[in-house]
Design a protein around this ligand. Structure first.
Ligand code: GLY
Length: 580
């Protein structure tokens, strides 16, 4: 079905950009929405969260740059126009397929806990802090990794001149860019926390009023930072004036707890991007590959898909409640393992969570008719003496951004990038970018009942992530490049999009627009205002508790087909796919 559809799409114009058509919800009778046609192209494609960012990437690709080059240009613009989601003050994970060598590599640019941090970072007198008390202020700031990740990707796979990749972002920062509806809405809604710190307030509330949709916003400090990085590489970020500004901002902006942040110049100097093996799970004859620990993304998406593998979801289709029973309970089982076992594996040994025999045993739990009454972590095999751990909890909020790119040489890039919460720690560095609150992705509790929590804070450790940048490989080449923001719901958004494309034959735009049903810990979240709500009755009869709510993913997808590239950008946010 998918291939017939793609063949029809091949007649689309050679240069294509996403239409921003609104979907008429009345037109949809089942779960599949009447989505706009996907973007198609022959040579390259970029899909990112803001049109200016996608256009910056498109310019690089049009001029013959690689996917890595385009990512640098996209990320530099995103940090300006979508400052709430990602930027130089944050961290990222990148999955890269190199067409020349046929190799898949992942780069870990996750923030690290300061060397002075201890497991009780978010405790006062033995009690854990309130979540928001911990988020807002310098205490939650980890050493940023995104700038070094950009440079490392360019060093490995870049073909364009490094300095030139920042031109669009510098021009937008100096000449001004139009504030997008989403940025304006989030600034208006987020006033209480954003106004905690004077420099942040001055940028988002000039003259005391929130920046509004369509206002022209400039950021000279950001332009100056980009010029320094363009000229001198990221040494200019991790040492010297920019680094000193970051450390000073972390120390000075303490938030309501009054506890000073710990980031130091030593942390900045010691930061490293790490190459890690891709984590791949078999699914429908393909390999679903992504980011391993410290992200829980590829392991949890992989577990969900491996548990679904024995079931004929294609025959069921997206409107069958039993398909959602299987997806929901596979997710609950995977999230139970995530909570107990997954953390930064440089610090905590982990069992073999994708072991085929173990996964077959977990999948067997799904052969019933009703929701599982109880779900707990399993007993996967270890290469190491088994650890007796306690489950840890950390909320991981729905900010973040995702970039999917395929270049003219067939290189594919999937990168999810974040400052964690919307607007991160709310602390603005003097260099014109917000600093992350990634350390609140650690568990605030260190132990439970005498057993340690794997995702506790430790000096130099990276907090567990849910980011799931993914490349689906078939016969050794990319088939689908996908990822999303959305906190720990990222995992559900990505797994569902893969099922929608691979099992249900939806095109990439239909797949990203498909209403969400996400289950992590037992309650089934159904996307408000969509036909997902119609499944509340049948899922309730199976024993699920359901909850209707906003589910604001930001999926960006590029599919590689025999007829060319096919892209999708999430209608829930402002992104576009552009291809030629
Ligand atoms: N801070 C979002 C994540 O890493 O999952």
């Amino acid at each position: 079905m998918r291939y017939l559809l793609i063949a029809a799409l091949a007649a689309s114009p050679a240069v294509a950009q996403q239409a921003a058509d609104a979907v008429d919800p009345e037109a949809a009778t089942g779960l599949v929405q009447d989505a706009p046609a996907p973007v198609t192209s022959q040579d390259w494609m970029v899909a990112a969260a803001n049109p200016l960012a996608s256009e910056a990437g498109a310019r690089v690709l049009r001029e013959g740059g690689s996917a890595a080059d385009a990512m640098v240009a996209v990320q530099a613009v995103l940090g300006l126009v979508e400052p709430q989601s990602s930027g130089l003050g944050g961290g990222a994970f990148l999955v890269y397929y190199d067409a020349e060598t046929g190799e898949m590599t992942t780069l870990d640019g996750r923030e690290k806990a300061p060397l002075a941090a201890t497991p009780t970072l978010f405790q006062v007198d033995g009690d854990t802090m309130g979540f928001w008390d911990a988020v807002v202020g310098g205490l939650s700031v980890g050493t940023p990794g995104t700038p070094m990740l950009m440079e490392e990707a360019h060093r490995r796979w870049g073909t364009a001149n490094w300095g030139g990749l920042f031109e669009d972002a510098i021009a937008h920062a100096e000449d001004g860019f139009a504030v997008s509806p989403r940025l304006a809405m989030l600034v208006a809604d987020g006033r209480d926390r954003l106004e905690t710190f004077a420099d942040t307030a001055a940028y988002f509330y000039p003259d005391g009023e929130p920046i509004a949709e369509g206002d022209t916003l400039t950021n000279q400090a950001y332009a100056d930072t980009l010029r320094a990085i363009a000229a001198h590489g990221t040494d200019a970020f991790y040492s010297g004036e920019i680094a000193e500004g970051i450390v000073a901002a972390v120390r000075a902006n303490t938030g309501v707890t009054g506890v000073e942040g710990l980031l130091s110049m030593e942390d900045m100097a010691a930061y490293d991007v790490v190459e890690r093996p891709a984590v791949c799970a078999p699914y429908r004859g393909a390999e679903v590959c992504g980011m391993g620990p410290p992200s829980s993304g590829a392991l949890t998406v992989g577990q969900i898909l491996m548990m679904l593998e024995p079931h004929d979801l294609a025959a069921m289709g997206p409107d069958d409640p039993d398909a959602w029973r299987l997806i929901g309970d596979a997710s609950r089982l995977a999230f139970a393992d995530r909570g107990l076992y997954m953390a930064d594996s440089d610090f905590v040994p982990m069992p073999r969570l994708l072991d085929a025999g173990y996964m077959a045993g977990r999948a067997a739990l799904l052969f019933g008719d009703d929701a599982l009454p109880e779900v707990s972590a399993g007993n996967p095999p270890w290469d190491h003496a088994a650890l007796d751990l306690a489950p840890g909890w950390s909320p991981s909020m729905p900010s973040t951004s995702h970039i999917s790119i395929v270049d003219a040489d067939g290189n594919a890039l999937s990168m999810t990038t974040t400052i964690e919460n919307g607007f991160g720690s709310r602390v603005m560095a003097p260099g014109g970018f917000l600093l992350n609150n990634e350390l609140t992705d650690f568990s605030f509790a260190t132990h439970d009942d005498g057993r340690p929590v794997a995702n506790r804070v430790e000096p130099g450790k990276r907090p567990r992530s849910s980011m799931s940048p993914t490349i689906v490989m078939r016969n050794g080449t990319p088939e689908l490049v996908v990822g999303s923001p959305g906190g720990s719901r990222i995992i559900g958004y990505v797994a569902k999009t893969i099922v929608a494309y691979m099992d249900w034959g939806l095109d990439p735009q239909e797949a990203v627009a498909l209403p969400h049903l996400v289950n992590r810990f037992g309650t089934y979240d159904l996307e408000e205002g969509t036909t997902a709500e119609d499944l509340a009755g049948p899922l309730g009869e199976m024993g699920f508790e359901t909850n209707v709510r906003d589910l604001t993913s930001g999926l960006h997808v590029v599919a590689v087909t025999d007829q060319g590239l096919v892209g999708g950008a999430d209608p829930r946010r402002e992104g576009v796919a552009i291809g030629e």
